[in-house]
Design a protein around this ligand. Structure first.
Ligand SMILES: Cc1ncc(COP(=O)(O)O)c(C=O)c1O
Length: 395
């Protein structure tokens, strides 16, 4: 078997969620799964279309392979979304590729812009799938350290200091998973300018953009469309992680290569869900709900950070997030993990075994996460209250 894959651990939060399934009354704060579901328009369109029996000998359009780039209707709705939210003009014919979620967009973005042996620059910590994805595609990874005092953000200076001769791309993620960092327009602009000077492609993961607080930023819009790949999806925006619908926006020449990569891998994205997604993105009510959901998620995050801080536990110190739906919690270094295990892993194990609460050890996000755990606050307030109540038994 492939030695790169063999050397990589399975997806950390999936592993813990599976362990939780066997614990009675467990609270799962591992995954970023919103408690709201897809917009009514989406579900109604799926039900309506799937319920129509195919006429004999005449397949329904979605029974057939989709257009490789995605349906033009969905690409047009995505372009309109960027015009509405970011004032960015996007060519749906050439600059949009519909993908298998943001995860699929990241994979084809890496394939389209880097070669085996090239290096990807990643924040430390960063979303847990970037590194294994890059390594499984034969790319190398170089980490850009971040610190709490600078809001866990990467910078143009860090890029210049860290990039090497094989570095080809940098991944920016705002709002960030796992830290909740949110970059400002100037910060994104400086990173894009710095990356351009160094000959690096910026891959901007904007999957949590609705949870940015005041106004979401798209790096491609900040760069006025040039040289930046923006990656996004409906997973969090519309609470439909299971439908695996995402996209990337890129310069036409890059989008063309990403299209080839995706075609070779999978021939395209589920046709029926594309038709329903276009209907949902065209529905004002569905788009209005996004802001309501985001406000509720934000309130959850503020509540959880304050409630944990209020317990005043020296061994669990939350860093209040600026956005996103994860809380990055620092774990006391006095905790004594067994040899070979980090403080965060030991804390996650105790939360699981003693309190039945699932969290992700920070080490899954990079070496700098070893003294942290990550809690998702995307779910219901009731679960967060119950989790805090259980943790308060340690006070
Ligand atoms: C930062 C980040 N990027 C990408 C993804 C994957 O998103 P999708 O479901 O659209 O593939 C996630 C999922 O949690 C995420 O947090």
């Amino acid at each position: 078997v492939n030695t790169a894959l063999r050397s990589l651990a399975p997806h950390a939060s999936r592993r813990i969620s599976e362990a939780l399934a066997s614990i009675e009354g467990a609270i799962d704060l591992t995954v970023g799964y919103p408690s709201y579901g897809p917009p009514a328009t989406f579900s109604a369109t799926v039900a309506d279309l799937a319920g129509r029996a195919p006429a004999s000998g005449a397949p329904r359009p979605f029974d057939l392979y989709p257009p490789g780039r995605g349906t033009l209707e969905l690409r047009t709705e995505i372009a309109l979304l960027y015009e509405r939210e970011h004032g960015l003009s996007v060519d749906p014919e050439a600059e949009v590729l519909v993908t298998h979620g943001a995860a699929g967009a990241l994979a084809v973005a890496i394939l389209a812009t880097t070669e085996p042996g090239d290096e990807l620059l990643l924040g430390d910590p960063c979303y847990m799938l970037y590194e294994p994805l890059a390594r499984s595609l034969g790319r190398q990874v170089r980490r850009l350290p971040t610190v709490a005092a600078e809001g866990f953000k990467i910078s143009a200076e860090a890029l210049a200091a860290t990039a090497g001769t094989r570095s080809r791309a940098v991944v920016v993620n705002s709002p960030a998973n796992p830290t909740g960092a949110v970059y400002g327009r100037d910060q994104i602009g400086e990173i894009v300018a710095g990356a351009t000077d160094l000959g690096l492609t910026v891959i901007s993961d904007e999957v949590l953009d609705c949870f940015s607080g005041d106004s979401p930023l798209s790096a491609r819009a900040c760069a006025r469309g040039q040289g930046v790949i923006s990656v996004n999806s409906l997973s969090k925006r519309f609470g439909m992680t299971g439908w695996r619908l995402g996209w990337l926006l890129a310069d036409a020449v890059v989008a063309e290569q990403a299209l080839k990569a995706q075609t070779f891998l999978s021939l395209g994205v589920n046709h029926l869900s594309q038709i329903a997604a276009a209907a949902a993105l065209d529905d004002d009510a569905a788009n209005l709900e996004v802001a309501e959901h985001a406000a509720a998620v934000r309130a959850n995050g503020e509540w959880l950070a304050a409630a944990l801080a209020g317990l005043d536990l020296s061994f669990l110190r939350p860093h209040p997030p600026a956005g996103g739906f994860y809380l990055w919690v620092e774990v006391d270094r006095e905790i004594d993990p067994p040899t070979g295990s980090s403080h965060g892993e030991e804390m996650a194990a105790r939360l699981l075994e003693e309190l039945g609460i699932g969290v992700v050890p920070g080490i899954a996000f990079g070496p700098s996460g070893s003294d942290f755990v990550r809690l998702s606050f995307a779910g219901r307030r009731r679960s967060l209250e119950e989790a805090v109540e259980r943790i308060s038994r340690w006070a």
